[in-house]
Ligand binder design. Sequence first.
Ligand code: 5AD
Ligand code: SF4
Length: 439
Amino acid sequence: MKKVFIETYGCQMNEYDTEIVKTILQQEDYEFTSEEKEADVVLLNTCSVRENANRKVYGRIHSIKHRRNGEPVMIGVLGCMSTNFRKQLLEDPKLPIDFVVGPDSYKRLPKILHDVEKTGEKGFDVTLSEFETYSDVYPTREKGVNAWIAVMRGCNNFCSFCVVPYTRGRERSRSPENIVDEVKRLADAGFSQVTLLGQNVNSYNYQGKSFAHLLTKVGQVNGIKRIRFTSPHPKDFPHDLLHVVADNPKVCKHIHLPLQAGSNRVLDLMRRTYTKKEYLHLVDDIRSHYEKMVLTTDIIVGFPTETDEEFEETFAVVDEVEYDSAFIFKYSQRRGTVAAKKYPDDVPEEVKTERIIRLNELQKQKSLKKNRAHIGQIHQILIEEETTKRSDKDVQGRNDGNKLVILPKGNLHVGQFVNARITDASANVLKGKVVHVPD
Ligand code: 5AD
Ligand code: SF4
């Protein structure tokens, strides 16, 4: 048995892919170890969405080889960097990489590993597929409360800044029956929550079956208590989906709605295909269906040619919408994207920094205000961890809006649903006391 160590970067889809890779390799002569030092093969499942994600991986490759000090180890790069940077990864003589395998080629990993070992030559497969969904591979998951399930792969949107359509290829959806079967197995294995993943879940389409249909079907599985999903695209948020989220008690009352920018000109350059007005209208619509829907977002500051006035428009939208939280990024030029081909990365680094700091400060105030409004209310919490970062006398869980809640440990255990009164709040987390433990 060869030992494999895998490290995962980037988004939840990559976490899920790592679980797929584990199953594929365990079916052959490989076992996984959590100790890099004892591994015969080190895999890095990489992200390419921003430059600093890339940089981290290059740093890691050097440190692995350095630490192993001449002892033989095979190093393989998986994930989004593979598709986007195959040539550099394999041709740079200073990079000790043995193989590169893209997100649609994981079933070929055993063969590639075998060939590399036999021939000593570098191997690769970064072909993108129109069909691969790994629907026949049951992921090897860590024990816990939540299981990720990719319901679709790839993206057809081609937002001008984004490398994902190039690294992960075209959209394709798994069948609802196949997904529901997996959810049933998960419930039997003791998972109480599933998170359905897709680059743009609104585009989920399996022979005419929509994402709203899928959510409803997943909600009918006994044993699954909570369903989360990420992410929808604001350009085509369907009404039937809004109804399911608002009305189905198992579906988390949380919608991640990436804004990216608040100026129509910048949105147009980004190819987001909605205007500020349309976005704000959608927010109103969501809140008119479910007033307390938790809303979160992604924003990019310093997109090429973004002026101070245009940034102020983004600032104003954040001020108006009052998101519960936001991920804010500096624009990072990605090779091969439309933005990289058409526009120079001309907003100076200091300006990007200034904008991200201002927006983060505003968002922090909003998050605090939103969270403090919950004090005194009773929330239903699903316990996810038996300790917190700060204390082993507390447990942590999430409410149905996906907010982190800390509770005194008592007799609570992972997977339990409890009712708790919120007693305190910061910008990042709520604190509470249990008032009722249902049978
Ligand atoms: N630069 C900065 N942020 C980016 N994102 C995607 N591509 C880029 C880029 N080139 C952000 C978007 C997206 C999130 C997952 O990452 O905000 O929603
Ligand atoms: Fe990238 Fe846009 Fe697709 Fe999201 S929707 S993965 S931002 S291209």
